[in-house]
Write a protein that binds this ligand. Structure first.
Ligand code: SAM
Length: 285
């Protein structure tokens, strides 16, 4: 849970018995939405910081790492993703990255808590710069329900950018949900989900991959990347495909992309596909 002590906001992570603190100047906004406590701080050196139910969610300074890695590996692995859905993603940073791909014709974001998006528009306007893109559609409902009712073979990529697998997000991390996502994906479609901290959550990642396989996905790959504001400072996303290959990607397309990134490139994509040995043993051993 995040606590404000003096001029520091700290998230103490029980499982990891570790904590991360940011020096803050002031609390900009706090409210209890229908779904969670939302706090926004102005920090001394990391821009604005969003905290949801005591968990550090987004900072102005380091969110690019996460948003780029949640969008670009999947979109450069898919040959031509036209229809993308984002579950969660209320700060809109992932949506912005998805819409940088000109092949994307429609990106629907299903965020359960509209207050997260409205506050992001005020305190993280740079993340929301694509919200008015004609290709974007923002819905404020439960992603579990939406996916269960999605048209079969209507999506090319599903991105699950949710909070941790507890409470309202828990249903996004199980076989039943993955079965609905598989049905909504076209052949060759790709699901990518934030899969927590490699150092703390190896068993969760392993269980996610087992559930994905059990739902009918044929290939799974976990990609690790730095994310200073999350527990241990090291995060992951896991891709699953309605198809067999997640190792090869459009390297030429990635190398000649027409939009800026600050972390993602061909080398970081290729490097992220190489699992650290402890995780390789845990996931593939
Ligand atoms: N980058 C963050 C992380 O990795 O923890 C996630 C960012 S985003 C703010 C997470 C969003 O998931 C929250 O805004 C939350 O409201 C949303 N969310 C959680 N469960 C959901 C569900 N079942 N359907 C739709 N959105 C959900």
């Amino acid at each position: 849970m995040a606590a404000l002590e003096g001029s520091w906001v700290t998230e103490a992570h029980e499982l990891g018995q570790c904590a991360i603190s940011f020096q803050v100047n002031k609390l900009l906004h706090a409210e209890q939405s229908e779904f969670q406590k939302i706090e926004i701080f102005e920090s001394a050196a990391w821009g604005n910081i969003m905290v949801l139910d005591g968990c550090l969610m987004v900072t102005t300074r380091d969110n690019f790492l996460y948003h780029e890695m949640m969008a670009h590996p999947a979109l450069f692995t898919h040959p031509r993703a036209k229809r993308v859905c984002i579950i969660g993603g209320g700060d809109c940073g992932t949506l912005r990255e998805v819409l940088r791909h000109e092949e994307v014709e429609h990106a629907v974001q299903i965020e359960i808590d509209e207050r997260v998006t409205r506050l992001s528009e005020r305190y993280f306007p740079e993340l929301c710069e694509s919200n008015d893109d004609p290709r974007a559609q923002l819905l404020f409902i439960d992603g579990v329900k939406w996916m269960a009712e999605a048209d079969p073979e209507s999506l090319d990529v599903v991105i699950i950018d949710s909070t941790d697998p507890v409470g309202m997000a828990e249903g996004l991390f199980g076989r039943e949900f993955y079965q609905t996502a598989l049905k909504a994906l076209r052949p060759g479609g790709i699901l990518v989900q934030q899969s927590e901290a490699p150092l703390l959550h190896g068993s969760l990642i392993s269980s996610m991959r087992t559930q994905m396989k059990g739902a009918g996905f044929q290939a799974m790959r976990t990609l690790c990347f730095p994310q200073p504001c999350y527990p241990t400072g090291w995060w992951s996303c896991t891709m699953a495909r309605k198809g067999v290959d997640l190792d090869s990607f459009r390297e030429r397309g990635a190398a000649t992309k027409k939009f800026p990134t600050r972390y993602y490139n061909v080398e970081t994509h290729r490097g992220a596909l190489a699992l650290p040995e402890f995780l390789r043993e845990q996931l593939e051993g």
